[in-house]
Design a protein around this ligand. Structure first.
Ligand code: ADE
Length: 417
C-alpha cells in the first residue's frame, strides 16, 4: 500500500528540515551505522505513531536504512508537517499522515500503518496500541512488543495492564531518565514557549504565567517562564509537587484563584478539564490559553464555545473567544499541543536523546521480547547511561570514574564514623 500524504511536491522543503536536524542529533548519528552493522532490525516490520516532524522522520529513516520495513502515521492531527511527510515518503518508508486530518482520517491513518502486521511498534500517546487492541486485535499476537514515548501513553498502558488487557509487552521509554529528565523538562520547557511566542509575538516578562500541573513537563515550562521574567503561579493536586513548586520559587494556589490573576495559562496535567467554565468566567480580558498535554481535553473547548458569543481566528494558531460582557480569551493551537501545533516540537538535541532511548528500546525488545511479560516495562538503567555517554562523547565532555576504592566504599556498609 503506497503512502497517503498531502502533497509530494513539498518534499524539497522537507529534505531541508531533515538535513538540519540530522546534523544536530549525535546520538542517532552514533547508533545509525551500528544498528545497520549489527543487523537486528533487518527484515523487521516496525509501525510508528509519532509526531511527524523532522526529528521523527530522521528516526524512521534510520530504522528503514537498517533494514526494517517501516510504516508511520502522526500522533496528533496538527503536529504532522506535510513537507516532512513528503520527503520521508521518498525514502521507501510508508507514510500515512497529513496536517489537519479530521478524526476519521486520523484513525484511518493508524489502521493503514498497522495493516502490514508490525512486529515492533513505537507509539506516542497510545492511539496505535489502542487500534491494535480494538479495531485490529487480529494483529496483536504478531507484535513482539513496543515502546511508548509519552507520559499520557504510559498512563493508558498501565490502565490496560492493570485490567490484564495488554496483549504484548510495552516499554515505557518515557520513564527512562535519559528521556523524562531532558525531553519532558527541558524539551517541553523550551518548545512550549517557542510555540506561544511564535504564535502571539507578545512579551512574557512581567506577566503572570499560570502553570497547571507540576510534573516534569510543568517544571520545565515554569522554569523557562521564570527565565523569561514572568511571575509564575503553579496549580497542583499533589501536595508533594505543590511543595516542590514552592521551593522552586513559584507561588501555589488553587486554579480557580489563579484564574483571576493569570495572563497566560498553560495546562500540563494529562487530565481533562484543567481549565473549564468556572475558570473562564473568572479570567481577565485578554488571557492566553495554551495546552501542553498530549490530548486536547485539558482546556474544555466545549465550555469555551458555549460561553462565547463569537469566535474569530485573529492570527495563525490564535482564536479569539469573545465572551458576553466584553471579555476576550485567546485559545492557542485549538487547545492541542502548543509546542507541536504552533511550533516544531522539542529541539533536535533533545529528541536525539529520546529517540536514542527508542532505538535501544527496540533492540531490547528484539533481544528479550519472548521472555517479557505482557506488561509495562522500564528499560534497565544502562540504557540511560549509554545514551548520556554517547551525547557527552559527541560534545567532547569527559567525566570522572570511580576508583576501585570508591566503588568498594559505596558497596560496603561497615565503614562509618
Ligand atoms: N517531536 C517528535 N516527537 C515529539 C514529542 N513527543 N514531543 C515534542 N516534540 C516531538
Amino acid at each position: 500500500m503506497s503512502s497517503m500524504i498531502r502533497d509530494p511536491s513539498l518534499a524539497p522543503s522537507g529534505w531541508r528540515k531533515l538535513r538540519w536536524v540530522e546534523a544536530r542529533m549525535p546520538v542517532l548519528a552514533y547508533l545509525r551505522p551500528r544498528i545497520r552493522r549489527e543487523g537486528w532490525l533487518r527484515g523487521r516490520r516496525v509501525a510508528i505513531c509519532l509526531h511527524l516532524e523532522a526529528k521523527t522522520a530522521h528516526l524512521a529513516r534510520i530504522l528503514q536504512e537498517a533494514g526494517a520495513e517501516v510504516a508511520i502515521c502522526g500522533s496528533n492531527p496538527l503536529s504532522t508537517q506535510d513537507d516532512v511527510a513528503a520527503a520521508l515518503a521518498e525514502t521507501g518508508v510508508r507514510v500515512y499522515a497529513w496536517h489537519g486530518a479530521d478524526t476519521a482520517q486520523y484513525r484511518e491513518f493508524i489502521r493503514r500503518t498497522v495493516e502490514f502486521g508490525p512486529e515492533l511498534v513505537i507509539d506516542d500517546g497510545g492511539d496505535l496500541v489502542n487500534v491494535l487492541h480494538n479495531e485490529r486485535a487480529d494483529l496483536a499476537d504478531g507484535v513482539l512488543g513496543g515502546s511508548e514515548e509519552t507520559t499520557t501513553g504510559v498512563q493508558r498502558l498501565r490502565a490496560m495492564a492493570a485490567e490484564g488487557a495488554l496483549r504484548f509487552p510495552m516499554i515505557a521509554a518515557n520513564d527512562s531518565r535519559a528521556k523524562y529528565l531532558f525531553d519532558n523538562r527541558y524539551g517541553t520547557g523550551q518548545s512550549v514557549w517557542d510555540g506561544i511566542m511564535r504564535s502571539t509575538n507578545l512579551v512574557v516578562a512581567g506577566k503572570t504565567v499560570v502553570v497547571i500541573g507540576y510534573g516534569w513537563c510543568g517544571k520545565g515550562v515554569a522554569l523557562r517562564a521564570r527565565g523569561l521574567g514572568a511571575r509564575v503561579v503553579v496549580c497542583e493536586v499533589d501536595p508533594v509537587a505543590a511543595n516542590e513548586a514552592l521551593l522552586d520559587g513559584c507561588e501555589v494556589m488553587p486554579s480557580l484563584k489563579a484564574a483571576e490573576v493569570g495572563d497566560i495559562f498553560i495546562t500540563v496535567t494529562g487530565c481533562r478539564d484543567a481549565l473549564a467554565a468556572p475558570h473562564f468566567e473568572r479570567m481577565k480580558d485578554g488571557a492566553l490559553l495554551a495546552n501542553a498535554g498530549h490530548f486536547d481535553v485539558e482546556i474544555n473547548k466545549h465550555d469555551l464555545r458555549r460561553l462565547a458569543q463569537e469566535v474569530e481566528q485573529v492570527r495563525p494558531h490564535v482564536e479569539a473567544y469573545r465572551l458576553a460582557g466584553g471579555r476576550t480569551l485567546y485559545l492557542l493551537a485549538e487547545g492541542r499541543l502548543v509546542n507541536l501545533a504552533a511550533g516544531d516540537g522539542h529541539p533536535a538535541e533533545i529528541m536525539d536523546m529520546s529517540f536514542g532511548v527508542q532505538v535501544l528500546a527496540l533492540r531490547y525488545l528484539v533481544e528479550h521480547a519472548r521472555k517479557l511479560p505482557r506488561d509495562v516495562i522500564r528499560l534497565p538503567g544502562e540504557v540511560d547511561e549509554a545514551v548520556c555517554r554517547m551525547r557527552l562523547e559527541a560534545l567532547g565532555i569527559a567525566i570522572d570514574t570511580l576508583t576501585p576504592e570508591q566503588q568498594a566504599y559505596l558497596s560496603s556498609w561497615q565503614e562509618g564514623t
